[in-house]
Design a protein around this ligand. Structure first.
Ligand SMILES: NC(=O)c1ccc[n+]([C@@H]2O[C@H](COP(=O)([O-])OP(=O)(O)OC[C@H]3O[C@@H](n4cnc5c(N)ncnc54)[C@H](O)[C@@H]3O)[C@@H](O)[C@H]2O)c1
Length: 678
């Protein structure tokens, strides 16, 4: 059977051969279900899984799935992983009745491509547990539905489960995805483990479960911008960080971007990574040079000082625990300009953070054998981690939380991390609070992205050139407040092709504001209509954006009116996008900072050069950014108030409720008056 036939077939009626467990592929860690699922609940997990298959296969599959559940802590239905190569094909290679559905198939396959996904056989794209689907039956059935859907239908996905095709209309989203929507009281991390093991909910991370992950370049661009703006904030340099030192951890899915971003910004970065396999992968990827990996801290320090003196743009790696690295810098009394952390602290239960005194493998063993001891070692490690950072910060280092739940977990561990524990104010800002929020999101700048569905590199090159032209035009009359953003983004797009190889689909990320996104999208649509671009273009963005995500310690960390613990913005964003023309929509619980800690959403939009596309992009992209601008402005953020007023000047139909700002003294007096009267 050819590829199209296999897609149309969905779940095969004849059982495919059992697949061998390929050791050369990166596999998800075993999920701990001991003490999580009772015997009855394990039976329920099997009963749930068998719903996808005909009764004649139940006996065989029941025992096979029981084995998977015991061995991996999940039922992935590994036998059903397709034999065809998994990658984003050109749009015309998919069987479809609407090109919109074909574009979605392309995006799904990209997110499962072994070159793109972290644990491809377990359908995990990134972030340790960011799943595209829970199991292979869901994948097969979804692809089948997409191959047969028309523009009068919408596919509904509940945490990867395709509930079915429902009649809708041409302007409706073709797919609506939710991942991990829980009754709030059942949204603790342990709930994820239980209900995911039962097969009824999923962790979609941000872009994994919405099929919008485009490989590491997205994060490289974002990290570059964060480092540059951190430098600007500290007066370390307007355009680069030459001769400055950045210490951090993690060479994983997203954290690995730090090595490249460090070099792009011309600083000396020193990155601690405890997992040897991860370091090897980054050497293979070309992110770090083998000669720059050290196990000896003295040698590493000597090389670091040399690189700093020579203003080398270089990424040095310490193969070991980040806490040992920090403590060495304290011991040697070496000043550091910038510091952060990108271990997966949001995911401690799956070894996202390795306790000191243990190799990565030893920690894995400890986690399985003695979870309580593991947790107490984590607590002790976090306290040491924070102490070392406190020492260096006292000497002038600027440290920020990189959205990995560092501050939160350190606070929970009882580390010396509070500025004011009662008011829940940490000593350090999150990168959104100080950098991304006020310098990007409040002006509407966020990680816009696109994918050329032809799969043709020349199309991608043309879109890069189109986007660069649009930015240059915008620079002519942009206000001074956003000139540095436009400059960074122009520099990025002009060098993106050279800076980082495109992995998987032919895609590009570019930070842009509402105006920029709309202008770039319009130019793409025109280019498709004229034939300058050979096929439709998919637009999207990271959920980590102006309006897409409510996350009190990350995306909405710079919201100070108390509303950062609400999730209205993210939910409204998805609802608003869906009736303004999105091709698919997704709403997730639990992105990078952990299950129950964040609500985030995103969209995909297929441009095909038509007038319909033009109408939809204008309407949806304007809302998609200005929803967040309006909320950020209502939270009294000056930059967002400026942007909201500018947006209203550009579009007379927009009326944003602008806050009146009360004087501090008026508020203070109100209470002192009450006291004196009382
Ligand atoms: N890069 C960004 O812009 C960005 C944005 C938001 C959030 N984050 C967060 O950053 C974290 C990292 O993301 P990722 O995709 O790279 O995850 P990942 O799990 O792929 O990588 C984390 C790495 O940290 C290493 N590690 C764990 N404990 C360590 C220790 N004590 N010492 C040294 N190394 C240690 C692990 O071996 C792993 O390779 C996540 O929590 C993510 O949500 C990153």
């Amino acid at each position: 059977m050819d590829f199209k036939g296999e897609i149309r077939q969905g779940i095969p009626t004849t059982l495919p051969n059992k697949k061998k467990y390929e050791l050369e592929v990166s596999h998800a860690p075993r999920r701990v279900i001991e003490g999580v699922l009772s015997e009855k609940e394990k039976q329920l997990a099997i009963r749930n899984a068998l719903r996808y298959f005909k009764a004649e296969h139940h006996e065989l599959l029941a025992s096979e799935f029981a084995t998977e559940l015991e061995e991996y802590g999940r039922i992935y239905m590994l036998r059903f992983r397709p034999e065809y190569k998994m990658y984003a094909r050109s749009i015309e290679e998919y069987p479809y009745k609407t090109a919109q559905a074909a574009a979605i198939m392309l995006m799904i396959q990209n997110n499962l491509d072994p070159k793109v996904a972290k644990h491809p056989h377990e359908l995990i794209t990134y972030g340790g547990n960011g799943a595209v689907f829970q199991n292979w039956a869901q994948y097969l059935l979804t692809m089948q539905y997409l191959s047969e859907m028309t523009e009068k239908q919408t596919l509904v996905l509940y945490s990867g489960h395709p509930l079915g095709l429902f009649p809708s209309h041409k302007d409706a989203p073709r797919v609506v995805v939710t991942n991990g929507m829980m009754i709030p009281n059942y949204s603790k991390k342990s709930d994820w483990n239980k209900y995911n093991a039962l097969g009824v909910t999923s962790y979609g991370q941000m872009t994994a479960g919405s099929f919008m992950y485009i490989g590491p370049q997205g994060i490289v661009h974002g990290t570059t911008i964060t480092l540059l703006n951190a430098g600007r904030k500290l007066g370390l340099g307007d355009h680069d960080l030459a001769g400055k030192l950045y210490i951090t951890s993690g060479l994983g899915g997203m954290s690995g971007a730090q090595a490249l971003a460090g070099v792009i910004t011309k600083c000396v970065s020193v990155i601690g990574e405890v997992d040897g396999k991860t370091i090897d992968q980054r050497v293979v990827d070309g992110y770090v040079l083998a000669e720059n990996v050290f196990t000896d801290l003295d040698k590493l320090i000597a090389r670091c000082q040399e690189a700093r003196a020579n203003k080398e743009a270089v990424a040095l790696v310490y193969y070991g625990n980040i806490v040992a690295l920090w403590e060495k810098f304290v011991e040697e009394n070496i000043s550091v300009e910038l510091g952060s952390d990108q271990t997966s602290l949001h995911n401690i239960d799956d070894l996202g953070y390795c306790p000191i005194g243990y190799t990565f493998d030893e920690a894995k063993e400890l986690l399985i054998q003695d979870k309580d001891k593991f947790m107490s070692e984590i607590t002790a490690t976090l306290k040491r981690h924070v102490n070392a950072i406190n020492s260096l910060s006292a000497k002038g280092m600027y440290f920020w939380d990189y959205g990995n739940a560092f501050l939160k977990e350190a606070g929970d561990a009882g580390a010396d991390i509070w500025k004011n524990e009662e008011e829940k104010i940490f000593k350090y800002p999150s990168y959104v609070e100080d950098i991304m929020g006020p310098m990007c999101f409040d002006y509407g700048f966020g990680p816009f992205r696109w994918v050329c569905t032809s799969g043709d590199k020349t199309d991608l090159d043309k879109t890069d050139a189109i986007a660069a032209e649009v930015i240059k035009e915008m620079q002519q009359d942009a206000p001074p407040q956003i000139q540095s953003q436009l400059k960074d983004n122009l520099t990025w797009i002009e060098a993106a092709d050279k800076n980082i190889p495109v992995v998987g689909s032919k895609s590009r990320i570019l930070y842009a504001d509402a105006d920029g996104r709309i202008k770039i999208a319009l130019a793409f649509n025109k280019a498709i209509a004229s034939g300058a671009l050979s096929a439709p273009v998919v637009l999207g963005r990271d959920h980590h954006d102006v309006s897409g995500t409510d996350s009190p310690f990350r995306e909405t960390a710079n919201i100070y009116d108390g509303s950062r613990f609400t999730a209205d913005m993210a939910v409204h964003n998805v609802i608003g996008d869906s009736f303004r023309g999105a091709t698919w929509e997704s709403l997730h619980n639990g992105g990078g900072v952990g299950w129950g800690e964040v609500m985030n959403g995103g969209f995909g939009m297929v441009l095909d050069g038509s007038a319909d596309s033009e109408r939809r992009l204008k309407s949806m992209l304007f809302w998609d950014v200005n929803n967040g601008i309006a909320r950020r402005s209502w939270a009294r953020n000056d930059e967002a108030i400026f942007t909201a007023k500018r947006a209203m000047e550009q579009n007379p139909d927009l009326k944003i409720t602008i806050p009146n700002i009360a004087e501090d003294q008026v508020i203070m007096d109100a209470f002192s008056k009450l006291k004196s009267e009382g």
